[in-house]
Design a protein. Structure first.
Length: 80
């Protein structure tokens, strides 16, 4: 496994972390809408928007991980 492969794995992992943040925010929104007494600084709508933001960014990072890796390390010109 090369350094380029490890970097690609790290980029994909960061995308997964962003999606998990989105799931956490979505669970928080669902709990607030169900009436659970949770402490919050922001209204539910702001948490719902942040959940969508995390999902979109996470999916974009995962789908463009190869492009991001190629921008950092250059294209691999070897053919297998």
């Amino acid at each position: 496994m090369t350094v380029k492969d490890i970097f690609g794995l790290i980029v994909r992992t960061m995308g997964l972390v962003m999606i998990l943040f989105g799931l956490f925010d979505l669970a928080y929104v669902a709990a607030k809408l169900l009436g659970l007494p949770l402490p919050s600084r922001y209204p539910v709508s702001v948490d719902a928007i942040s959940s969508a933001f995390y999902f979109i960014i996470g999916i974009a990072v995962i789908l463009s991980a190869t492009l991001i890796t190629n921008l950092i390390y250059g294209r691999d010109n070897t053919q297998n």
